[in-house]
Design a protein around this ligand. Structure first.
Ligand code: A2P
Ligand code: 11C
Length: 347
């Protein structure tokens, strides 16, 4: 079966990656439609051996569309995803707009594919830093029941989008040329710096990004009892998020056992040979599909604890690839059309 696929936000960093991955994986699409704002309508984006004409995203964009991959920001998804669902199209939304909505499954195909069974037309793609973490955590949770997670992230600027990629490049070039540089995207300079703030601060003094990791992890893993605490940090890296993850488990798991469990886990590649200085790094994860795990060590400050270092391409597994994998799973399970079309309000 072939599907009509729309990509909303096709001119953005994630949208372009979505088109690339649909092409690479030869997704069964009879037609691919590129949508963005009126600003870029009329321009083109590359797909297969041709250029797709970018059309303006409107309420009427989804007639006859089977699957829409959205990555055009939260407010755009909030407004337009219900129109897509009402037209019988299944939305896989990369923004944070629908993730914690009880009507929407939040899915990482390696972790909770069965949650797709109860979708109502809008499926949420988790935050990039959450996706790569749960891909590594799920097999360990199945083996030893994780009770607590302490995570610190080292996140690439591409997570913010195309403008942030350009800002880092401009600042690095400027500073190397001895010039003053300005910051427009981030509250401080990102070049040769580290920012312990991703997204806005909330009332509890954590950032929104940190709380996404807390809430989304519980929803995806289907276990509210896992305690998660996070510190999210932006680093001057273009592509690839890294994470230091400390876990506490109910059952003892040695580092060797954890390595063996992870070596068998879907979507995971263990890169862990300290003697040879082998461990995951963002320079190697860029353009790759797997979530890389290394530096697997027992935490001897607690009875059952492990430390891990987890790296993945934030635009691929963290966003576009996970979305396309959701679409593939929907297609394989015959879940593409929406049964009940009136679940979400259009406004
Ligand atoms: P546009 O290029 O027309 O601004 P990024 O995350 O890399 O900044 O990309 C954001 C994507 O979301 C772009 O494709 C952008 O299109 C799209 N977008 C932003 N706002 C809207 C909107 N109101 N309607 C449709 N697309 C939007
Ligand atoms: C970042 N994680 O790296 C963010 C980007 O909720 O999808 C993705 C924000 C989101 O800045």
């Amino acid at each position: 079966q072939q599907f009509v696929v729309a990509v909303a936000g096709a001119t953005g960093a994630v949208g372009r990656e979505m088109l690339k991955i649909l092409e690479e994986r030869d997704f069964p699409a009879s037609k691919v439609i590129a949508l963005a704002s009126s600003r870029s309508a009329g321009s083109t984006v590359p797909f297969k051996n041709t250029e797709l004409l970018v059309e303006e995203l409107t309420e009427a964009s989804f007639q006859g569309v089977d699957i829409a991959l959205f990555s055009a920001g939260g407010s755009t998804s909030e407004k337009f995803a219900p129109y897509a669902a009402a037209a019988g199209c299944v939305v896989v939304d990369n923004s944070s707009a629908w993730r914690m909505d009880d009507r929407c499954p939040l899915v990482v195909p390696e972790v909770n594919p069965d949650d797709l069974d109860w979708h109502n037309g809008i499926i949420a793609n988790p935050n990039c830093s959450t996706i790569q973490m749960v891909v590594a955590l799920k097999p360990l949770h199945d083996a030893a029941t994780i009770t607590r997670v302490v995570v610190s992230t080292y996140q690439a600027v591409s997570g913010t989008g195309q403008k942030a990629i350009e800002e880092l490049e401009r600042q690095v070039r400027g500073l190397m040329g001895g010039q003053e540089v300005e910051n427009k995207v981030y509250p401080h300079r990102i070049a040769f710096n580290v920012l312990p703030q991703i997204d806005v601060f909330l009332e509890n003094e954590y950032t929104k990004e940190e709380m996404k990791m807390v809430h989304e992890t519980k929803k995806i893993m289907g276990d509210d009892s896992i305690r998660v605490t996070a510190t999210a940090v932006r680093v001057p890296v273009f592509f690839g998020h890294s994470e230091s993850v400390n876990i506490e488990t109910a059952k003892k798991l040695t580092a060797k056992e954890a390595r063996a469990v992870l070596a068998q886990a879907p979507g995971v590649r263990v890169l862990d040979n300290p003697g040879e200085k082998i461990y995951p790094m963002p320079i190697n994860a860029g353009g790759m599909d797997d979530t890389y795990v290394g530096r697997i060590r027992e935490d001897d400050t607690i009875e059952n604890g492990l430390n891990l270092w987890v790296v993945a391409d934030n635009l691929r597994k963290g966003a576009a690839l996970n979305a396309v994998q959701i679409a593939e799973t929907l297609a394989a399970r015959g879940l593409v059309r929406v049964q009940d079309r009136n679940v979400f309000e259009t406004k």
